[in-house]
Design a protein around this ligand. Structure first.
Ligand code: AMP
Length: 407
């Protein structure tokens, strides 16, 4: 029996998302999510996507990621899709921080685990959860290739002029301080799909990608290669996000320490958890913000305006970085669904060849689509992201190609 399936695991700080995909047929066989790991009210939602099985939703304490993955394996087994299946070719793990070292998806061995562990200080929430996911999956199927697909990998092509902060070189290098960028799997997938939508090869087009979810980042992609991105050493830099501030004057931090008597940890929580849209208007869901704006809420209006102003600054900056732009692509929860954000971000940029057609912009669809009018020089696109499929694709390409070479 041919091994054509990939299980994708995305271990967050308190969650575990998974999908089982057949790479030859393109079918998604199962998907699910374990939420609130480590709490009393953990929840496992499992959905078989072929074979007509019922979706199952179980609540009850799940102590850690290792228990969560074992529960997921049991659910998959109930649908005849267990981890012991000979059709499983590999397990692909999303790993948030791969540092400078990992530029490609990588088959995991002890040296890779050590390096991911070494990067914990720059990704304290994510890399430990990713490591537990990898170790548990390896214990369950030690014979199977486990592949790490790094969120940072797509951005490792950034030139030094974009990736280096203008701080003392020795200090920066000693502490590995540089701009790494995140959401790389999404930026890679969306920039490639945008080229396809234009009927071009990725090498032929320059794209600005706006990944606007609860976390948000922009990237400038020249000919399929990332040349700049808005997140930095950590996912805090750049755009205004659901709960993160994005760019601030770094002096805000020592001002708060000296004048506000706040500790480094308190400021960390302030900027990562209590800022962005939540900090500005108490709400991080763009739907709710739009509803409040419609009711005349000034606080929500200002939060929206600050969010859009930052977006515009990055569009302008990346336009200048790229010199020529063929497409601007919106993706993730806000980018795919919030037509008012797309409209406002592009408003007034006609001189740059950017415009949105109101009617096309208002269409709701899961398909990639162009929303700019025909006359516009730059295509504005909505391209739903699919990080799981991209992780599966990269994982399968790696194990499949090496299997071919060994034949
Ligand atoms: P993500 O992190 O990609 O799952 O995006 C989550 C965010 O997308 C939510 O916090 C909302 O702000 C936003 N979102 C999701 N659906 C909609 C919608 N229909 N309209 C506006 N914003 C939405």
């Amino acid at each position: 029996m041919a091994a054509t399936r990939v299980l994708v695991l995305n271990s967050g700080s308190s969650s575990l998302k998974y999908q089982l995909i057949d790479m030859e047929s393109g079918d998604r066989l199962a998907a699910g999510l374990v939420e609130r790991i480590g709490e009393e009210t953990s929840r496992l939602k499992h959905t078989p996507l072929t074979g007509g099985g019922e979706a199952r939703d179980t609540e009850g304490p799940i102590a850690d990621h290792s228990t969560a993955l074992k529960a997921v394996a049991a659910e998959l087994s109930r649908d005849g899709l267990g981890l012991d299946s000979p059709e499983l070719a590999a397990i692909g793990h999303r790993v948030v921080h791969g540092g400078k070292h990992f530029t490609q998806p990588t088959v995991i061995d002890d040296a890779v685990l050590k390096e991911v562990e070494r990067l914990i200080p720059v990704a304290p929430l994510h890399n430990p959860a990713n490591l537990i996911g990898i170790r548990t999956a390896t214990a369950l199927r030690p014979d199977l290739p486990q592949v790490a697909v790094f969120d940072t990998a797509f951005h490792t092509t950034m030139p030094e002029s974009a990736s280096r902060y203008a701080i003392d070189v020795k200090t920066a290098d000693e502490h590995r301080i540089r701009r790494y960028g995140f959401h790389g799997t999404s930026h890679a997938y969306v920039s490639r799909r945008t080229a396809e939508l234009l009927g071009k090869e990725p090498e032929e087009v320059n794209v600005i990608v706006l990944h606007l979810g609860n976390g948000a980042s922009a990237s400038a992609v020249r000919g399929g290669v990332c040349v700049d991105t808005s997140m930095g050493l950590t996912p805090l830099e750049g755009l205004v996000m659901g709960t993160r501030s994005g760019d601030v004057d770094p002096a805000v931090i020592f001002h708060l320490m000296r004048v506000g008597n706040m500790s480094a940890d308190e400021i960390d929580v302030l900027l990562n958890k209590k800022s962005g849209l939540v900090g500005l208007c108490g709400e991080n869901d763009m739907r709710e913000i739009r509803r409040r704006i419609d009711e005349g809420d000034e606080e929500a209006r200002l939060a929206f305006d600050i969010y859009v102003h930052r977006l515009k600054k990055y569009i302008g900056a990346y336009y200048a970085v790229l010199g020529r732009v063929d497409a601007l692509a919106f993706t993730a929860g806000v980018g795919e669904n919030a037509a008012p954000v797309r409209e406002a971000a592009v408003a007034g940029l006609e001189e740059l060849g950017l415009a949105v057609d109101a009617e096309l912009n208002s269409v709701r669809s899961d398909e990639p689509r162009i929303i700019s009018p025909e006359y516009a020089r730059v295509a504005v696109a909505v391209v739903p992201t699919d990080e799981e499929l991209e992780i599966a694709r990269q994982t399968y390409a790696l194990v499949h190609d090496s299997a071919d070479r060994n034949d």
